[in-house]
Write a protein that binds this ligand. Structure first.
Ligand SMILES: NC(=O)c1ccc[n+]([C@@H]2O[C@H](COP(=O)([O-])OP(=O)(O)OC[C@H]3O[C@@H](n4cnc5c(N)ncnc54)[C@H](OP(=O)(O)O)[C@@H]3O)[C@@H](O)[C@H]2O)c1
Length: 241
């Protein structure tokens, strides 16, 4: 039977590379995201199906269920981002602004994954695979974004324990700097980029393909004994000295 995959945030960047890799491996792939046009363009280019909805909105997730596959072998909760990269900095002492930013970061990275996973859990095949998206920031820290990604790492442990009896594995993939995605929205300075790259032992950023290859392995039948883990993909940058 053809295995099915749902990749949230599959229209761009890392999610697109994951979806493309899984299609190449013969899976029937559905990509999701908020922007319908972006999704449809990617879906056509890579041979996937597109279903547009906001993963952080419970009503939208519920509404999308009729269009999502009845059986899900692989769920990749890749949708996420850092709202701080999309808005002006919060002014010193603006507590309401801090609250709003941290909630937005939590909603986009944690709530999106919780809602989609909860909605699709009854459809997960025994021996299924759930991949969550953490970050090096979830371990090293980076304001509300890092805190949200740390929560995602924590989710992997809990979900893995709860779904283990069905032989479903749950892992979080935690990339370091990945280029050629929309993540930074043009806000990464050359100085910061060079510093981030200097932290990696191999002296380079990741490509979306580096992360997709890791996800494809975790999604494969051969990865059945790896669960509840945070898998770092960062050229060693987490250990930088
Ligand atoms: N790039 C990096 O250096 C890096 C490092 C560590 C971790 N990550 C993580 O890797 C994942 C993928 O990021 P990326 O670098 O590929 O950036 P990206 O190109 O901006 O991809 C993020 C995708 O998520 C979708 N998305 C965001 N919020 C959503 C929501 N509420 N509902 C549905 N879809 C949503 C976006 O599509 P729409 O805008 O159309 O919804 C977009 O396609 C994210 O979780 C990110 O935090 C990235």
């Amino acid at each position: 039977m053809t295995r099915t995959a749902v990749v949230t945030g599959g229209g761009t960047g890392i999610g697109r590379a994951i979806a493309e890799t899984l299609v190449e491996q013969g899976l029937n792939v559905t990509i999701t995201g908020r922007r319908k046009e972006v999704l449809e363009e990617t879906a056509t280019a890579i041979g996937a199906r597109a279903v547009a909805f906001d993963a952080a909105d419970p009503a939208a997730v519920e509404g999308a269920l009729t269009e999502l596959p009845d059986r899900v072998d692989v769920l990749v909760n890749n949708a996420g981002g850092n709202a701080a990269r999309r808005r002006p900095p919060v002014a010193d002492g603006d507590l309401a602004g801090v609250r709003e930013l941290w909630l937005a970061q939590y909603e986009q990275n944690v709530i999106s994954a919780v809602l989609v996973t909860t909605a699709l859990t009854p459809r997960l095949a025994d021996d299924g695979r759930v991949i969550l998206f953490g970050s090096i920031a979830g371990t090293r820290g980076s304001g509300g974004y890092g805190a949200a990604k740390a929560a995602v790492h924590n989710m992997a442990a809990d979900l893995a324990a709860r779904l283990g009896s069905r032989r479903i594995t749950v892992n979080a993939v935690a990339p370091g700097l990945v280029e050629d995605t929309e993540f930074f929205g043009g806000t990464l300075t050359q100085e910061r980029r060079e510093w981030l790259i200097s932290q990696a032992f191999n002296g380079r950023a990741a490509t979306p393909g580096d992360v997709a290859a890791t996800v494809a392995f975790l999604a494969s039948p051969s990865a059945g004994h790896i669960t509840g883990q945070v898998i770092h993909v960062n050229g060693g940058a987490l250990l930088a000295r």
